[in-house]
Structures are given as structure tokens and as C-alpha cells.
Design a protein around this ligand. Structure first.
Ligand code: SF4
Ligand code: SF4
Length: 374
């Protein structure tokens, strides 16, 4: 199977339309091109487009192509599951919404510390296994949004898992919170196949700072920045599918063109992407590259680069309370693990002296504390 999947979470919308008003005619054109070029894998979920993604899939794909010509992944919305009986109700609703008859791949959606507890309490893994016995699901897996340690625990406790869906991209590979690289290694250790979500980081890796664009143009002036991001993940040996949440015909045209004859990244290209990741990090509000030279000497055990990741996330999403609260939670988690608070900074300057980016860390710590401790 070709390694590009059509992620149905950012579908084109009718002009001025809200999230649930999908431009179905445009989606059909995108689907036609996708199928013409030999791609077959679709990925939807109960929640996408407020429930309309599954219905649009039925109209654009199920009702227009023979069932054996495509595969579909759907996901149990664990955030909506309170008790075991909910699993059957939601699953049946998804069968009805998609009209797919059966799901080739079926995931427990968005497992993290909390939703995994729900999955254990409601026997969600056993439920999907039962659906496999009934012929309504072909492969069992889960999508995951937490750290490598929890992924290791879940895969140890549920070896029946066949596939995990992870957030992987070249910018998050060493990110201390997303932990793309660590999670990939855990999945490989357990011998699992991987589908990748957010290879272009929600579009962020499609529009790069000019310095990074120049580096990519020097390798191939015609290739889009997104093509490098998608090829990065598709080159990882255990990745069997890369999802792209395409929103228009141009994106479909571009992605399906370079993935039709997929070429793994060369060593030179991998090195250039590492340089691009550094450039992107430097272009952030706080241009920290996460080299960690500053942390060694800090008398207060302040995990400076980890805090800058959180601080940048908040500054890049002004007015977004969801982002603020999420980053505050991650900030508190680091202290639970023994880190010093930004407000405990002594202003000694040892970190600044060690920083190759010459970031004025002592000046930033109180500002960061105001945002993340306030
Ligand atoms: S200035 Fe603050 S953050 Fe930097 S080394 Fe001193 S105590 Fe740590
Ligand atoms: S030394 Fe500077 S660039 Fe490196 S992690 Fe610390 S703050 Fe970031």
C-alpha cells in the first residue's frame, strides 16, 4: 500500500461555512485524484468536523467506489465514553454514519493518562477484539497523545495492539513534551507498525522562515516544504502510513504527486532538516534550540529549555485559553518531577553565560513565571 493517507479532519469548507459545513463537491474532486493516483487509505473519527467527517466520507467515498477499493480507519471517541455500554452505541453509530459495513482499522482515540484509565475500566480493548471476531474490524490500534513512558506501559499491558498512531514530525522529534522520537522507539521496541499524524505539524512545516526555505530550495527548488516533512516520516522503517489532513486540491495535487513514487530521504536531506529545525526554533519568540548547555550549572534545577517550549507555545497562540491551560499543566508536571520553578530563579546568570544563542535567561524567567504560574 502507498504510504499516503487522506486525513479527513481538515476538509474543505463551504465559503464562509462553519466547521461542519464541508464542501462535498470539492472533497469528491480531491478523492477522485487521490484514487486515480493509486492511494486507498482514509482516516476519520467521530469528532472530526463535529461529526460530519464520517458522513462526508460516506458521500464522497463509500457511495462512489466499490468497498474493496479503499480502506478506512475510524476511532472510538474515548472522551465520550462513560460506561461500557457506550462503546456499542458509539460503534454502531459510526457504522451507520460511514456506511462502510466494517472498519479496516479501528483505534481507541486519543489515549493519554486519563483516557487510558477509561479504556481499562470499560474493557475497550476487549470490545474491539469482539468486533474483530464479528468481522466488523480488521485491525486494532490506538492513537496516542502522551509520553513515551505511558506508551510503553500500554503496549506492555495490551500486546494485542497491532498499530499505533503517533504524532511525529521532524520538529517534534526531540521535543520534550511531544517526544516523537522516543515514542517511535518505544513502538519499534514492541514490534508495532505506526501511522503518523501531524507530519507537517498542523501546517507549520509548510511555511518556513526564509533561511530554512533557502536550504530546502538548494536541495530541490521544485519540492515543497511539506514534501520534505512528509518524506521525513515516511522514511522511518516502521511507519506504514502517513496521514495528511489535506484541505484543497492544490495540497492533494502536491502530496499525491511526490508520494506516488515515494523516495526516502537521503542522509544529506536528513541533515538539512535538522538544520531547518534549528532555524525554526531560533525564529520563535524565545530562540532556544534546546541544546541544554544552560541547565548543567543552574543551582535551582530549572529545566530552562523545557520551560521555553511551553512559553513559546503560549506566546504563539495569544488569547487561546486552551493552549494556556495545557501548557500550565505541563509546567506543573515538570515540578512534580522535581524541577525548580521559574520564579525561584536567583538571577545568577550562569545559564546565560553558557547559552550559544545569547538568550537573556535571567531576564526572561520572571516573565515566564508570570505567564505559567499566574
Ligand atoms: S539565572 Fe536563574 S535560571 Fe539561570 S542559572 Fe541562575 S538560577 Fe538558574
Ligand atoms: S543554552 Fe540557550 S539555546 Fe541552549 S537550551 Fe539553554 S536557553 Fe536554549
Amino acid at each position: 500500500m502507498k504510504k499516503l493517507g487522506f486525513g479527513l479532519m481538515r476538509l474543505p469548507l463551504l465559503e464562509g461555512g462553519s466547521e461542519d459545513q464541508i464542501d462535498i463537491e470539492l472533497m469528491k474532486k480531491m478523492t477522485d485524484l487521490f484514487m486515480e493516483r493509486g492511494f486507498t487509505y482514509y482516516d476519520t473519527a467521530y469528532m472530526y468536523h463535529r461529526g460530519m467527517s464520517e458522513r462526508a466520507f460516506k458521500e464522497a467515498v463509500v457511495e462512489r467506489f466499490p468497498r474493496e477499493c479503499f480502506t478506512i480507519t475510524d476511532k472510538m471517541p474515548m472522551m465520550m465514553v462513560q460506561e461500557e455500554a457506550d462503546l456499542e452505541r458509539l460503534f454502531n453509530e459510526q457504522l451507520e454514519r460511514t456506511g462502510a459495513g466494517y472498519f479496516d482499522y479501528y483505534w481507541l482515540h486519543n489515549l493519554n493518562r486519563r483516557s487510558y484509565e477509561t479504556a481499562v475500566r470499560t474493557n475497550a480493548f476487549a470490545f474491539v477484539q469482539k468486533k474483530m471476531e464479528e468481522g466488523l474490524v480488521k485491525h486494532l490500534g490506538f492513537s496516542f497523545h502522551d509520553n513515551a513512558e505511558l506508551l510503553d506501559r500500554i503496549l506492555t499491558e495490551h500486546p494485542e495492539t497491532e498499530i499505533v498512531q503517533l504524532q511525529i514530525n521532524y520538529l517534534d522529534w526531540n521535543d520534550p513534551f511531544v517526544q516523537s522520537g522516543k515514542c517511535y522507539d518505544v513502538a519499534v521496541k514492541h514490534g508495532k507498525l505506526i501511522t503518523v499524524m501531524e507530519p507537517v505539524k498542523g501546517g507549520k512545516l509548510a511555511a518556513l522562515p526564509e533561511e530554512a526555505m533557502e536550504k530546502l530550495r538548494a536541495i530541490d527548488p521544485k519540492a515543497s516544504p511539506a514534501s520534505f516533512a512528509i518524506r521525513f516520516v515516511a522514511s522511518l522503517p516502521n511507519v506504514f502510513m502517513v496521514l495528511s489532513g489535506m484541505s484543497n486540491l492544490a495540497q492533494m495535487e502536491d502530496n499525491s504527486a511526490f508520494m506516488q513514487e515515494f523516495k526516502p530521504l537521503t542522509e544529506e536531506e536528513k541533515e538539512v532538516l535538522k538544520e531547518c529545525a534549528d532555524i525554526i526554533r531560533r525564529s520563535k519568540a524565545v530562540p532556544c534550540t534546546a541544546c541544554r548547555y544552560c541547565t548543567e550549572g543552574c543551582p535551582m534545577q530549572i529545566p530552562i529549555p523545557d520551560y521555553f517550549v511551553l512559553y513559546n507555545n503560549v506566546l504563539e497562540n495569544p488569547g487561546n485559553d486552551w493552549t494556556l491551560q495545557g501548557n500550565k499543566r505541563n509546567y506543573a508536571r515538570l515540578q512534580d518531577a522535581g524541577a525548580g520553578k521559574a520564579s525561584e530563579c536567583l538571577g545568577c546568570g550562569l545559564c546565560e553565560a553558557a547559552c550559544p544563542q545569547h538568550i537573556n535567561i535571567p531576564e526572561l524567567m520572571p516573565k515566564l513565571a508570570e505567564v505559567l504560574e499566574g
